[in-house]
Write a protein that binds this ligand. Structure first.
Ligand code: GLY
Length: 400
């Protein structure tokens, strides 16, 4: 069962208690319905500008130039995944057909053992396709992807390798928490617990080593591949080794919420709540809840915001709100609502026909590299659309 599908079922199974506690914003529901229509128009525009077999990466509004990628780039699954979410909402078959077209060149990545990003690449795409129209072919592709991802697990470290470093190095980044869902799914459909065990080991080792006393996380850990000892804690995409890179905090929040959903082990729920507490009590989180690209960026309040981190957080907070007591639930739900409202304004949501067809503006990909800075990002769009779908489902289940 796909993320939103299983989340939706989980919500259905819950008591409908929050309906009395959390008053939702009716205007936001109307805005979201309009956003889906606008987003569908945007993605059709984007589709027209794609070279054959290329995947959208970003667009530079100042020069009007696109950047595309091949299927092996970590973001290749977001474009088909977003199209499929939008198809679910609009029933516009042009979106479904475009997703089917782009899944063909993506398929080969099921055998890619050089990346840890197979969860992003294959589950956000083929997982969504399988949720809409389950098929043996999708199942096989997803299982092969899980097998490929599993080859990167090292029992000495207890983690899946993120990046191939120098000999003896074993690099794990917090983002890797997002790839575990593929492994949980593989155990559910095959009954083979080895995938589950790898995912749990990775989540446990990351929980032990990646977090600071204040519950923020490092971006990059370098383990000794033979002993599993931590050799370095640092950043790659954040401001500094000791800073809290915003999207990293978002990946952690989402990843531990998902790991709790898949295992029902309360320690992961506690971890997600701790990350949430770091984010929500941080004096550098702006009132509109769209984080600066790094919580410790030196030029706050003039630092750039990262709309993609906000979108990931909104989606995670909506799910997390269903697993906690009423007071926290309200806090998380209202945070997600605030994020969605602000991302829906013209400050972040592009006008139809602008932004190269991407939905959101103002994401920050890799500030230290000076790449993808203040631009649209495919993952920003994907998690924005997912969060809006979650918001709608939440209201449908709890209020109607
Ligand atoms: N490394 C994936 C990201 O930019 O979040």
């Amino acid at each position: 069962m796909k993320i939103v599908g299983s989340f939706f079922i989980a919500v259905c199974l819950c008591t409908q208690s929050f309906a009395q506690v959390i008053k939702h914003d009716k205007n936001l529901l109307r805005t979201i319905d309009k956003n889906f229509i606008d987003a569908a128009a945007q993605y059709k525009f984007l589709a027209k500008n794609l070279p054959p077999d290329k995947f959208p990466k970003t667009y530079f509004p100042t020069t009007g130039k696109y950047e595309f990628s091949n299927s092996g780039w970590w973001c290749s699954g977001f474009y088909p995944g977003t199209l499929l979410y939008l198809y679910q909402q609009t029933k516009d078959t042009a979106l479904y057909n475009e997703a089917m077209r782009i899944l063909v060149p993506l398929k080969k990545e099921q055998f890619n053992k050089r990346t840890h990003d197979l969860g992003f690449m294959m589950y956000c795409s083929f997982g969504n396709a399988n949720m809409i129209r389950p098929s043996e072919e999708y199942k096989e592709i997803l299982l092969n992807s899980a097998r490929s991802l599993s080859t990167r697990f090292n029992p000495n470290v207890g983690c899946i390798k993120s990046w191939d470093g120098k000999p003896g190095e074993f690099i794990v980044i917090i983002d890797n928490m997002m790839n575990l869902k593929l492994l949980f799914w593989a155990t559910q459909v095959t009954g083979d617990s080895s995938f589950y065990k790898i995912a749990v080991s990775h989540a446990n080792t990351t929980m032990k080593n990646h977090f600071r006393a204040d519950n923020s996380s490092y971006h990059v850990l370098n383990y000794d591949s033979a002993t599993g000892a931590v050799q370095q804690k640092k950043t790659a995409q954040g401001y500094a080794n000791e800073s809290a890179w915003a999207r990293g905090q978002a990946w952690g929040l989402y990843g531990y919420t998902e790991t709790y959903r898949e295992t029902k082990d309360k320690k992961y729920l506690e971890q997600a709540n701790k990350i949430a507490s770091f984010i929500l009590s941080n004096p550098n989180l702006p009132a509109d809840k769209i984080p600066y690209w790094d919580f410790n960026a030196p030029d706050i309040p003039n630092a750039l915001r990262d709309a993609s981190a906000a979108a990931v957080m909104a989606s995670a907070f909506l799910e997390l709100s269903d697993y906690v007591d009423k007071q926290l639930a309200k806090k998380y739900f209202k945070t997600a609502e605030t994020i969605l409202k602000n991302l829906s304004t013209e400050k972040y949501k592009a006008a139809t026909g602008a932004n190269g067809g991407f939905i959101l503006q103002h994401g920050v990909g890799h500030m230290p590299n000076k790449t993808e800075v203040d631009v649209p990002l495919t993952y920003g769009d994907y998690y924005f659309v997912e969060a809006m779908e979650r918001y709608k489902n939440y209201i449908i289940v709890n209020v109607n």
